[in-house]
Design a protein around this ligand. Sequence first.
Ligand code: ATP
Length: 368
Amino acid sequence: MTTVALKDVTKVFPDGTVAVDNVSLDVNDGEFMVLLGPSGCGKSTVLRMVAGLEDPSSGAIMLDGALVNDVPPRDRRIAMVFQDFALYPHMTVGDNIAFPLRLSGVEPGPRGARVADVAGALGIGDVLARKPSQLSGGQRQRVAMGRAIVRRPGLFLMDEPLSNLDSGLRAELRAEISGLVRELGVSTIYVTHDQAEALTMADRVAIMRKGVLQDVGTPTQVYGRPATLYVAAFLGSPRMNLLEASVYVHLDRYVALNLGEQSLYLPWDDIRTRAVAHYHGERIVVGMRAEALTPVAPDAPGDVLRGRIRYLEHHGHESLAFLDIGATAIVVDELGGPVTEQPGGPSRLRRLGNVMQRLTGRAVEAPP
Ligand code: ATP
């Protein structure tokens, strides 16, 4: 299947808007790549340039190793699925799916067989005779997928294909789409601003902000070892705790992170210690996810942070405790933990930040 390579691609619109700023990105054969970022960060523009609907201002777009900057969209073996998947309202579902095949001159016999195959795979084989107006939102989206799949493209480009659907259906369809695309083995670039969608569907996620690519990696990599403070703060709910700390190495025995009124002590044999030890004397930003902190009883022994509970938030499957620790507020996933105090009461947190990052002022921008 098609491989994609963007090399130093920039898009400046005539009004001076820099929508995409020097982006380089590879999509491997059969890979499901998700472009993730807030509204206006340039995701759709990247997709449209890969499709050939928009010309890059500079840089190279390669498909299967060949430069395609000047290749028209119809010659790129690409199928696109958009958020407002326009189906032809006067045609039946079957004719909608068959349409691209008819355009490319496939005979009625093989055409019907391909449509039946695709409709079967998508679970819409029984509605082929209906018109789009007689379908549910989810069925209409499957028809749009069917129309994209039926030509057997080398590359799928999907722009927020689920954003018009309700949340239950979205969750159902995201599993279906990623399953189906993997079965077909077609390389895919999928644009979304929904991080749950990105993290559950992607082989790799590319995170953009203001036209600039911030990080590319597997969901585990970008979540666990974000490349920039922006990515650290953007991914995950609740947001990662980001605390400023001064680093002090004590005789190669442990590292103290001074958080103001309190300190964290990392033993020398802790792998996280290596990452921060060479910032001795500097101020860094330490990232700790809520789920990496374990609440303990106020009288528990050991290396703990002390906080005062500001408020508790119950989400059914988890409860979050928002605490002030000195001058800083942090959030703790208290599921299974012994925090039973009322808001305003004292609590202790065992520090287990498994995502201590080298997020220094030099390497990153400030979080939003
Ligand atoms: P969304 O999730 O809202 O679709 P996006 O991340 O896909 O956003 P783009 O649609 O790629 O973002 O837009 C990136 C930037 O380029 C935005 O600032 C947008 O306003 C701008 N932009 C897009 N198309 C044009 C255009 N034709 N002329 C000028 N600016 C444009």
